[in-house]
Design a protein around this ligand. Sequence first.
Ligand code: AMP
Ligand code: ZN
Length: 497
Amino acid sequence: MSSLYIYNSLTRQKEKFEPIHAPHVGMYVCGPTVYNDAHIGNVRTFSSFDMICRYLRYSGYIVRYVRNITDAGHLTNDRGEGVNRMESQAKLERLEPMEIVQKYTVGFHQVMALFNTLPPTIEPTATGHLIEQIDLIEQLIKNDFAYEVNGSVYFNVKKYNEQYHYGMLSGRNIDELIAGYRDLDGQEEKKHSIDFALWKKASPEHIMQWRSPWGMGFPGWHLECSAMSTKYLGQEFDIHGGGMDLKFPHHECEIAQNNGSHGHGGAKYWLHTNMLNFDGQKMSKSLGNAILPLEFLSGSHPLLDRGYSPMAIKFLFLQSHYSSELDINIKGLQDAEKGLKRLMDARKLLSNIPLANIKPLTEQTSIDLKIVALCEECKTNMDDDFNTAKTIACLFELSTIVNSLKDGNIQSNQLSVHSVSLLAKTFEDYLIEIFGLKPIEENNHGKLDDVLQVLINIRKEAKIKKDFATSDKIRNELLEKGVQLKDEKDGTVSWSI
Ligand code: AMP
Ligand code: ZN
């Protein structure tokens, strides 16, 4: 069907993509933990998988795209200890944990829509799949890869490693891992410090707890993805994705749980997206450089000079390969804005060229040949592990030809109808269908700006008359529609989407 090659993190090499049940493709991506707002780094990861899903569909595959919502049992410590993040946030915001889940799930969906990403075909929640998770633990106990201690259940990593290889994905060495945990030996109820929790007994003050064969408790972090990917995609499926930081321990443990329960590791191809940095530093909350999508759009974050459209940010993401680290900075954002405009202008121009005016050529000119070659190269690049960076470079080269056409340096009769329609189709396919981009103008300029200025003026007059109910109503209702007003120090008001 296609000649797609994918870098498989499991085998550490590029492999020809051969789905288990072509033309069907099963893809599982670890979704967000909905205890706070997704930051722009999270958006990069989910946008990358959106592009991957879109390209698979464009290539003719029927994709079942499963992306979960982690709404339970995510502990601050990697090894199944620490505090439950959902609960801490619920206490902080004085809300029910399920109100936290709802609030941040809704927010996550709004952000995903703002970035024009397609929804997954199934979006299962951890709390909606406790029965499947308990079944999985029971199977692991039955297969002697898990044991119960005082109402908690742990995965026996050493036992598993006798039959399988714990570290097959991450390349970690079990002896080194054990040595690293040595200080904790004897302080824990686990058989070995490397063992991870499948189920944790809940102390009475825990708000989120459920009934299980081992008493009241909550599931371990890694369990839900094994349970839900198996349920919706089968014991063996095609693609499992997530950010690079999930490779260990999360994905390593998922593979162990899968092998331990049914003898298959789960996915055939493991894909990992790389991290987003800001000015050279990894974007993270603790460093204070985790910019939220809405802060980007309004420009309200101190690291930004002004607001940027989600499409400019998405274009910046696509200009580098999904598995490369990406440094985001103001210059890059401004260049991305210009670059996207250039490509969208070329697309617009092409869609307006009347093909009837183009004379059919008896033989192809060198420009025709160049166009055909560059259009084919777009596909070759995407087939090479979704190389969006190189594809965009080809589109830029093609836009130079389109601009020469506009400026009259190339006459339309130098081109064949075939190459002009191929050009138009290539811009449409890659920019709109595969990359999921939209022209920035549709959001930011022209009529919309005029309309918003009218509303901004009405709000200003209301404020002068001390009619704060009206001024707040305008601001809040616009915000609900995804338009944020920003009051500047000099009294002017800017807006962003
Ligand atoms: P979380 O909600 O923390 O589980 O993260 C959701 C997804 O975002 C995971 O796949 C993470 O690997 C990914 N992620 C977290 N931080 C970054 C970052 N700075 N850049 C890119 N992806 C990230
Ligand atoms: Zn996961």
